[in-house]
Write a protein that binds this ligand. Structure first.
Ligand code: CMC
Length: 435
């Protein structure tokens, strides 16, 4: 535990003489927490918090979010400054190591990642085992999990050098795995990574190029890709990161843990939301149908949600959404898409939702995924690849959080408790006696 303890909260069980002081722990900024670790031992009670909305499961120095103010900091640096002035690989260095690199550290890091971009040739064969119409996230889960079968030389989680090489391998190989999942689905040849290109340019190359044609990076699209990766790089203890930490707390190897994170990211409430936003916009189809859709969203019996809106932590505009919106306009302008019906629909939908009391009262604002799908579609990515791109970027956050956890001496296996509400103890009933 690296926070400072100061003050306490007293908890008393009504009608008993049991009472205890829970120490208050304070981080650098943000809310303080009550330390309940000794509560079960001293009071015989657990806390109940489904969805962990009020529980800090770790202390971390990587990312800070103030959801009420719409602030996101990585190692103290505002996301707006990183998106504007940094690069994805520099942000990766920052997340992993805690500080921005100097020029020579940056060069060594970029070279270190870049030399790992190729996949073991045997991994190619894995792709043939998948159906061509498999969702690329299914392919990602399988191939990333399989990496642990190839890199036995770096699986000792207690060896700092192994942790470093595994981090390099994951950051370097995820774009190759993702691009190949796409190429496989459309029946085009796999493009091998080009280490003379930058990280985002190489990704666009492996995704878009074919061996028979020359390919030139478009600087605006490369910059947009880099920014999309930066905006998705980390977001403290979200569902997939918590999944990676929980898997990692057992001592599982990093490739297996990242595969678990990818599985967790896949759901439409998390990383699958950008794909869901485009499906939703296509379903609405026209601005005239927005009111009808909004009334469905507000109808408690319909289970329809406005995808790309709302966030567990942000009760304000997601700062990433603002940068995404600006990037969206830049990309569409560059590609000469002056009138994009989906963008028009999204802008109108956002306008209406931001003024509708249902959304205002619940503090539901656009999140990072509201505009990312439109940009990715314009750049030629099919919707099924959107969450894959998110996974490529978030791998940096996952591996940084995993590394921080492994290097924390107070780390223990993650093991939540429960309130049991099933039947009390009862005797087995032989089959003949059951009604
Ligand atoms: N559309 C309509 N109503 C909503 C929405 C939405 N998108 N999000 C929340 N609400 C309502 C919800 O019905 C509830 O209303 P009531 O109080 O009347 O029951 C209230 O707002 C609070 O919602 P909640 O479900 O308790 O909020 P949560 O913190 O559990 O859920 C969320 C957060 C992101 C899962 C949710 O807002 C959601 O499903 N959003 C749409 C999916 C989405 O865009 N996800 C991407 C999140 S950002 C990227 C990432 O981190 O992966």
């Amino acid at each position: 535990m690296s926070g400072t303890a100061n003050g306490s909260v007293t908890v008393t069980i009504d009608g008993s003489n049991k009472s205890m002081k829970l120490p208050l722990i304070h981080g650098t900024i943000g809310h303080s927490v009550a330390d309940i670790r000794k509560m079960y031992g001293e009071m015989g009670i657990f806390t109940y918090d489904p969805g962990y909305g009020g529980t800090a499961a770790c202390d971390s120095k990587i990312t800070y979010i103030d959801g009420d103010e719409g602030i996101l900091l990585h190692r103290g640096y505002p996301i707006e400054q990183l998106a504007e002035q940094s690069t994805f690989l520099e942000v990766a260095y920052l997340l992993l190591n805690g500080e921005l690199p100097n020029a020579s550290e940056r060069k060594v890091f970029v070279q270190g990642v870049t030399m790992h971009t190729m996949l073991h040739e045997q991994i190619r064969a894995f792709y043939n085992g998948f159906r061509r119409d498999a969702h690329p996230m299914a392919v990602m889960c399988g191939v990333v999990g399989a990496l642990s079968a190839f890199y036995h030389d770096s699986l000792d989680i207690n060896d700092e050098q192994h942790r470093r090489i595994s981090a390099f391998r994951l950051i370097a190989k995820l774009p190759t795995i993702a691009a190949w999942a796409y190429k496989y689905s459309i029946g085009q040849p796999f493009m091998y990574p080009r280490n003379d290109l930058t990280y985002p340019a190489n990704f666009l190359y492996m995704f878009n190029a074919v061996p028979s044609e020359p390919w030139q990076p478009n600087p605006v699209l490369v910059r947009a890709m880099d920014r999309i990766l930066i905006l998705h790089a980390d977001h403290e203890q979200n569902a997939s990161t918590s999944t990676v930490r929980l898997a990692g707390s057992t001592g599982a190897n990093p490739f297996a843990c990242i595969a678990a994170g990818i599985a967790s990211l896949w759901g439409p409430a998390h990383g699958g939301a950008n794909e869901a936003v485009l499906k939703m916009l296509a379903e609405i189809g026209h601005v005239d149908r927005i009111p009808e859709f909004i009334s469905k969203v507000k109808d408690k019996n319909s289970s329809v949600r406005l995808m790309g809106f709302g966030h567990r932590v942000y009760k304000n505009y997601d700062p990433r959404a603002k940068i995404m919106q600006a990037t969206c306009h830049e990309v569409l302008r560059e590609l000469g898409i002056v009138d994009d019906p989906l963008l028009d629909l999204a802008v109108e939908l956002e306008k209406i939702a931001l003024h509708d009391p249902y959304f205002v009262e619940r503090k539901l604002y656009p999140n990072v995924d509201f505009y990312s799908g439109i940009i990715l579609k314009a750049m030629g990515f099919p919707t099924s690849m959107f969450t894959v791109l998110f996974a490529v970027a978030r791998t940096v956050g996952w591996i940084s959080q995993w590394k921080e956890m492994i290097e924390d001496p107070s780390q223990r296996i993650g093991r939540p408790r429960q309130i049991y509400t099933g039947p009390a103890k009862r005797d087995y009933v032989p089959l003949a006696e059951r009604s």
